[in-house]
Design a protein. Sequence first.
Lengths: 443, 311
Amino acid sequence: MSTPTEQSFQLAQRQLLRLATAGSVDDGKSTLVGRLLHDCKAILADQIAHVQTVSAARGGDFDFALLTDGLRAEREQGITIDVAYRYFATDKRSFILADCPGHVQYTRNTVTGASTADVVIILVDARHGVLEQTRRHLAVAGLLRVPHVVLAVNKIDLVGYDEAVFTGIAKDVNEVADQLGIADVHAIPVSALVGDNVVERSAQTSWYDGPTLLEYLENANGRTDTSQQPLRFPVQYVIRPQTDDEYRDYRGYTGTVASGTVSVGDPVIVLPAGRRTSVAGIDKAVVTATSTTVAERPSAVAGEAVTVRLADDIDVARGSVIVAAEASPGTRRELAATVCWLSDRPLTVGARLLIKHTTTTAQAIVTKITGALDVTSAGTLSVVPATGLELNDIGKVQLKVAAPLAADPYSSNAITGSFLLIDAHDGWTLAAGMIDDEEGELL
Amino acid sequence: MTAVLESPEAKLNTTTVTELDALESESIFVFREVAAEFERPVILFSGGKDSIVMLHLARKAFAPAGVPFSLLHVDTGHNFPEVLDYRDATVNALGLRLEVASVEEYIADGRLRERSDGTRNPLQTIPLLDAINGHRFDAVFGGGRRDEERARAKERIFSLRDEFGQWDPRNQRPELWSLYNGKHRPGEHVRVFPLSNWTELDVWNYIEREQIPLPSIYYAHERDVFERDGMLLGVGPYSQPRDGEVVSNRVVRYRTVGDMSCTGAVASTAKSAAEVVIEVAASELTERGATRADDRVSEAAMEDRKREGYF
């Protein structure tokens, strides 16, 4: 066993990988997740005992799905209703897994899981091939620009480990993926129930020489490193201690670097006002049992939560975005965007909503609905005209916003390019939005 | 005014953010969102390790200013004295404001009745909800982690509660990217879980890295214990051996800290956070499985409590 210091050091060097699963009902998703956790030894003795007891009480064999289906209703109905998050680690890295529901009614939860994922695992039942839900999930992964997609062709044992079935499904999926601009789809033949190619290599698929699912996950690149992109720093909260000590005149702007690198001395622009200044200091907290101070850092990169001080005393508040002076996105009040509609209440033209974009929440009006993605028909995806959007629809809209937003296209920045649409009356999250490129490339 | 940080981490100057740093930044982001968007947030603080780590992260989020929230403790009346001492010392040292909701008072005046099994964890829900309503708290930070328990694995980071404090797990708001939606109607509130993505091992690695002091019972000590339902219960005013249960003096520590009547100790020789890290990494039981009688009641005990408004 390694010493504590070695362990902590290893931990400090490893990168988290966030993954999400997607598939249709009964594709065996929860079984795959249960198998992955079990074979990674991430299920502990009391959890196994619990599943054994419940499985036995129902008169069945050990049911892997019970490891993740945690809600009463899920167990009663044998389906996954909401995203379950699971945590496991191998010697190589740690994983956060979002096990998402397959039922079309719960697609919004798949969007939730995929929005933070580095890898989406899309399951297809080898006996059924590509279904409507497969196309919808691929569209979600493509629109959200999840960096890697793994196609797990499951229940390969039930088609006699037939290579032709596997390559046929992989080809169908690749055709859809190409249309969506998904660059990296890796197909793996698996049987979650038996364990083929999940953690252990299968002796039955000698025609497949790629990695097992776990090998793939252990070696996949994590989050896209955005530290080389232009600086975007949405201000969350202003710190002014106003205490009677060395921090009496302290004024710091807190936030998490959304992209790029911020360094002391950098020329920056504060949006939406457009004022030019420079970075006077970057602070990180130093907290002991009794004292709360800050220490200065020369720079901070994308993903770090820091506090930035500016050289000039200008108006900066929550909602301001500090950007690289040489690469400002400017601001806009009109957006063309692709949205995943997540609510039972349909969207119609003229709807008044709230938009939440980085740290700004403002009123918005839907001025146009340009079309919706048709995922129901086999073969190529197409955009059909639409006058409204309903639950689980993926559509293209235009919005007018009451406040200027420092926004980028989603394709160049997932944080400054994404937004929520919110019901102003009851606060429900209605849609996930992604700001289109000028060309409006996706649809 | 400020000194350049001369720690080894700073010198590594890597361009990617490592695991613990990523979790820390994610939690700090959540604290700042809540401070900016809610009027009356409160941190649930029990003196347990998760709430201690939560407070540490909150302090980091607002340094060099103080934490802009008060603390709330739902005191079952069966708490470990070491934990209450730690709670009070922390509140005093940091000049924080602490509200206490007392289960004991509710029992004394008849608003709650003692359960036949003597445990008080489930009784915390009503005093908690009354305190939230009474103080008009609109955001309530809890130290719950998704890796703890299967119902908690389904939680959002911002989790809406209706005016009765109820959780509806079948109808949760989608939570996308890091765009947390804190909108709620009058009477509703939002439970916020900044440690959602931390595991028990992450918490201990962080306690070690940050050198965060904890109540002494988290580390190995001698205690008179007896075995019940496969757990080691300490002999004390709220947990006495029944006939046939043998008391012995063992070297133990607590993996979780809750109501003394239903929280078990584990045999352990770990005397420091570093040693606990090794022990937790090798453990074959989950922390709740090893130490909590209240989760063993039924297949969905935690879900049922959470639906009613529990932590």
